[in-house]
Design a protein around this ligand. Structure first.
Ligand SMILES: NC(=O)c1ccc[n+]([C@@H]2O[C@H](COP(=O)([O-])OP(=O)(O)OC[C@H]3O[C@@H](n4cnc5c(N)ncnc54)[C@H](O)[C@@H]3O)[C@@H](O)[C@H]2O)c1
Length: 309
């Protein structure tokens, strides 16, 4: 029995960092694929040379074609262009639609049983592209967004309260855009409701900062967008699947009536295990939260419609 295999398509900032986190955690062998010649091979070799220092024993290979990706259990798709300052995720739609469609065709031909984790933006729309092109069942196609958005919210709350990040439990649902819905009613600090610890105005400011969390980093970096936390989130999903952890996580999943929504990918709480999305959980939401979720769903549906698929 060999080691499992994770393919990461797009060896840019997010993709290479996914390879880094996944290899360092010895989750699987990793294949990094990119269209730029030499770049994935160079990054893979560099990671291989880090192994004696930190002592992780997995193989990392780089490639410009898909032969080495054969029979991957997980494929993380990060190929595409990243947002530039002032650019919305939706601006990316057409370029990344073509890239994600062509990449999906290639990976599916090599790994018909894989589980696809999409990272490319606009996220929920790119999941739709991969779902349509792959022909995979919905449980095997999902997007990474909610874990990252929730991690940002948890991080900001921990910074505000001066407590360890692990104490903060929360859930951010909805589309991966400025209309995302951080669920304050489900946010606790070691079980203590957040609303008991911070005034509403401060909580609202943290919610707002979370919604704009990606943009804040884009403005600081000037070129490119966030990658350490996005890659960590994608690798956490891969780990939950490979280790059949049955973790409860917010993930962009294909909805067939859940939350009153149909035929779109949207951030909802799911149980993630070796079958992929094993269950989608229905949460009881406040009227405010439901209204916000509807608004977010309308934005995601618009982007899906713009795909014309
Ligand atoms: N879902 C999220 O929360 C989230 C977070 C961060 C970034 N992103 C998105 O992830 C994507 C990657 O971001 P990044 O910062 O790594 O960008 P990047 O520019 O550093 O890397 C993208 C890589 O994709 C490669 N690529 C382009 N077309 C390709 C193709 N057809 N086949 C294989 N590789 C191809 C490029 O050569 C490049 O190396 C962007 O769309 C970005 O918006 C999403």
């Amino acid at each position: 029995m060999g080691r499992p295999k994770i393919t990461v398509v797009g060896a840019g900032n997010v993709g290479a960092t996914c390879a880094h986190w996944a290899a360092a955690r010895e989750l699987a062998d990793v294949v990094l694929v990119d269209v730029v010649e030499g770049m994935p091979q160079g990054k893979a070799l560099d990671l291989m040379q880090a192994r004696p220092i930190f002592g992780f024993n997995v193989e990392v290979v780089g490639a410009n074609d898909y032969a080495a990706t054969k029979d991957s259990q997980i494929v993380i798709i990060t190929a595409g262009i990243a947002r530039k300052p002032g650019m919305s995720r939706e601006d990316l739609i057409n370029t990344n639609k073509n890239i994600v469609a062509s990449v999906t065709k290639e990976v599916v031909a090599q790994s018909p049983e894989a589980i696809l984790i999409i990272v490319s933006n606009p996220l929920d729309a790119m999941c739709y592209v991969a779902y349509k092109v792959s022909g995979f069942p919905p449980r095997r196609v999902m997007g990474m967004a909610g874990i990252l958005d929730t991690a940002r919210f948890r991080c900001f709350i921990a910074m505000e309260l001066g407590v360890a990040v692990e104490e903060i439990q929360s859930m951010v649902l909805g589309g991966h855009g400025d209309e995302m819905v951080p669920l304050v009613s489900y946010t606790t600090v070691s079980g203590v409701p957040l609303a008991d610890l911070l005034p509403a105005a401060v909580i609202n400011a943290l919610v707002d900062r979370t919604r704009k969390g990606g943009g804040e980093i884009v403005s600081l970096l000037k070129t490119g967008s966030a990658f350490y936390a996005p890659a960590a989130a994608a690798v956490q999903m891969a780990e939950a699947i490979l280790k059949d952890q049955n973790r409860l996580m917010p993930v962009s999943a294909y909805l067939t009536g859940e939350y009153g929504l149909k035929d779109l990918f949207f951030g909802v709480p799911v149980i993630l295990g070796d079958q992929g999305i094993e269950t989608i959980l229905a949460l009881k939401l406040s009227q405010d939260e439901e209204a916000m979720l509807k608004k977010s769903a309308a934005a995601v549906a618009n982007t899906r419609d713009a795909l014309k698929m």
